[in-house]
Design a protein. Structure first.
Ligand SMILES: [Zn+2]
Length: 116
């Protein structure tokens, strides 16, 4: 299990309950990313990961904002430009048209990320 960023936890006034939630969420996240495959229900995987990122933001006491999601392009086989996207942290994501998860043929590629 990954250790929480203690400086950030203190800064964000993360409670003990939230810490527990975060540990569970990060375990779930690790497993989801590890098991992800473009051949196995990519749309469901994207939706599940998206929900996890919103739950992480809530428990970190950050606004639920998809523009600040950081794991969405870490799925196995995602072809979105991760360098461009990490430079655009806090701005709408760039999706690769041919990405099996986020490409033009999938629901996620067609719309700007909606609210939770
Ligand atoms: Zn992608």
């Amino acid at each position: 299990m990954a250790q929480l960023n203690e400086a950030l936890a203190a800064q964000q006034n993360v409670t003990d309950d939230q810490r527990e939630q975060l540990n569970t969420l990060y375990d779930h996240l690790e497993q989801l990313l590890r098991d992800s495959s473009p051949e196995s229900h990519p749309a469901e995987t994207v939706a599940e990961l998206r929900l996890l990122e919103f739950q992480l933001q809530s428990n970190w006491n950050f606004p639920r904002d998809p523009d600040f999601h950081v794991y969405w392009d870490k799925l196995n086989g995602c072809r979105c430009p991760s360098t461009d996207n990490s430079e655009r942290f806090g701005q709408p994501k760039i999706h690769a048209e041919h990405c099996p998860y986020h490409g033009a043929h999938t629901w996620a590629g067609n719309t700007r990320p909606d609210s939770p």
